[in-house]
Design a protein around this ligand. Sequence first.
Ligand code: ZN
Length: 246
Amino acid sequence: MKIKLFLLLTFFLSTNAMASPPPCTKWEFIVRSHEVQAYEKKDGTKVSESKKKDFCKNKFPKVESWQKRFTDGKIAGWPNKTEDFKKWTQLEKETVLKYLSEEPPLYRNISGVTFLRGVKSIYDKNPGAAVKRLNAISLYDEFFTSNKKSQILSHEISHLHVYEHNREEITKLVYLMGWREETETTNLIRLTQSPPLKPNSFHDLSEDLANHFEFYLHNPRELSVKSKEAHNYIQNIMGKDFKLEK
Ligand SMILES: [Zn+2]
């Protein structure tokens, strides 16, 4: 009787141990044990029937390295002194990673950038800000309630990308966007008659540049209508991989 009970207990413990899931991290999800039926790959390789055990899979494999790129609180040197920063929640981080996964490879592989969780921008209804000197992007409460998260991310990364891009090409793009040097002041001003992409495209070259890259990815038709030469030039300099991956 005693022996029987012992055997039963061992059996119970061992089957229970076998069924226990692998310890997944907060960045992973578990894929339960399942049968894979035999199939043929596109290249003709035959895959035979098999049984897969439970395993952990990264939720956002294309942007795994960004998991460590969130900074809680403020960082030294942030230009807008009155802005407050807070701690990231896991859900907020995952929201950013989800949309970051859709960015073109060049944008999602931009190196050294950290994300800050700003509370409110000094500019009304502003969802994000990018500071090249600090290699930082701040996303405010406004970002998390917006239904244009993907556009906002593309826009903020564009601000940083412009500095890394070939100077001559950016200069030519600025010219095609309709900006010219004013003779007396040598300031660059927008001289084209075509309608601006956004209200801030009127007076701010840096915003107009980021708006052009953002529109190229998200509203290419509108960009083509309002700024055809610039659209075609971005297509030319950024190449065929510069597109969203949804
Ligand atoms: Zn901007």
